[in-house]
Design a protein around this ligand. Sequence first.
Ligand code: ADP
Ligand code: ZN
Length: 433
Amino acid sequence: MVYQEKEQFMKLSEIEKLQEDLFKKMVRYAYERVPMYRRRMKEAGVHPDDIKKLEDKSKVPFTVKNDLRDHYPWGILAVEKRDVVRLHMSSGTTGKPTVVAYTQRDLDRWSDLMARSYSAAGVTREDIVQNAYGYGLFTGGLGFHMGAERLGATVIPSATGNTKRQLMIMKDFQSTVLAATPSYAVYLSEKAEEERYVPKKDFNLRIGMFGAEPWSDETRRKIEEALGLEAFDMYGMSELYGPGVAVECPEHNGLHIWSDEFLVEVIDPETGEVLGEGEEGELVFTMLTREAMPLLRYRTRDLTRVTWEECSCGRYHPRILRIKGRSDDMLIVGGVNVFPSQVEDVLMSIEELGEQYQIIVDRDILDRLYVKVEVSPKVYGKAGYDEKKLKEKVESSLQAALTLRARVELLPPGTLPRTEGKAKRVIDLRKRV
Ligand code: ADP
Ligand code: ZN
C-alpha cells in the first residue's frame, strides 16, 4: 500500500500547474491576512494581482528567520488565536525562539506529508515504528509520531533517553522501523553493543528514518551495518511544519521535496539572485497551503543543490542533493572556509576512528582548528595500535581536504559527551569575546 500514491507520483506538468494556482492564492492570502507581508509587498511595489504566472514569484520579497523572531511570541498569524491548535518552537540557542503555529488543517496536512514520507521509504501499516525523536517543543517527536499513526503503523513513542529501556523495547516488541536523529542512532548502536545485544539477531529493524541534522555517508554506512537496517534521510525544519519536507526514496539519490506543498528555489546567499538547476546555493521555500502561518520565499540558510530530473523511482518531485550545512555553520578559519560536514567526511572515512568528534576553533595570534576524535574500540589499545601514526594520518587527510592545518587529538572510545537529540559538535571559542 502506497500512501497518497497520486500525490507521490504526480507528473511534472501537474506539479507545475498546481504550484502556479496555489502560489497565486497563497500570496493573496498572506497579503490580506498578515500585516508584515502586506507592508513588505507594498514596499517592493508588488500586489497579488501582479502575480500571474509562477515565474512572477521572484517579485515577492524574501522572508528571513529574524522576521519570525521579531514577531515573538505569536508570530505572523493569519488566523485568530482560537483557531490555533498547536505551537512548536525551535531551540533558540541564539536569542528568542522561533514560534510556529498550526491550525487543525495544518496538522492534518503535516501528518499526511509525514505519512507519505514514511511510505516513500517503504514503511506500511504492518510496521512497528519506534520513535526515538525528542517529544516536546521540538517538531521531531510529534511529527514522526503523527505521520506513523496516520499511515496506520503501530507507534511506540519511546522518545529519547533511558537507552537501556529503549533497547529492551526494540527487542521485546521487535520494532521494524527506528525513527531518530542519526547521532542518537549511533549512540543506540554503541549502547546495544555495550549491553551485549547482537542487533542483527536480537532486533528486527528494517528501516531507519533519520534526519534533523547533517550526517555523512560514512555515518550512514556505520549505522546500517551496526543495526542491520536501510537508512533513509529526511529533511525538514520547524518553520516548515517540521520534518517531512523532503525524503529519500529507495534509490537513495537525493531527497524528494513534496512540491505540491513546498515550492523550492535556490539562491545565491550573497546576492539573493535565483540560481539555475544544479547550482549550489541557499534553499528558499514557499509553503503553498499553510493556514496559520504563511511562509513566502523563506530563506533557510541551508546550502545544497536541487535537481528536477525524473528519478528512477518514477517520482517527479525535485530532489535536494545532500545538505552541505547551514551558511551560518560555516567556519572561517584563518581565511579558509570550513564546513563541519567536510571534517566529518574525512574522519568517517578513516576506519580506525570512532563516530564521535568535536571541532574546536580558537585564536591566539592566528586562528587554530582543533579536532578531537575518538578512536574505534575495535582498534584502541589493541595490538598494533600506533597512536602517533594514526594521528599523522588524520592530520594529513584533513590537510588535504581542507587545505588547512588542524591539530588532532585522539581520544579513547566513550570519552566525548553523547547527545540524545541533535549533536553539538562545533565549539567556536572566538565568539566568547
Ligand atoms: P533548529 O535546529 O533551528 O532549532 P530545526 O530543528 O527545525 O530547528 O532544524 C532544522 C535544520 O536542521 C535545517 O534547517 C537543517 O539545517 C537541519 N537539518 C534537518 N534535516 C536535515 C538533514 N536531513 N540533513 C541535514 N541537515 C538537516
Ligand atoms: Zn526517487
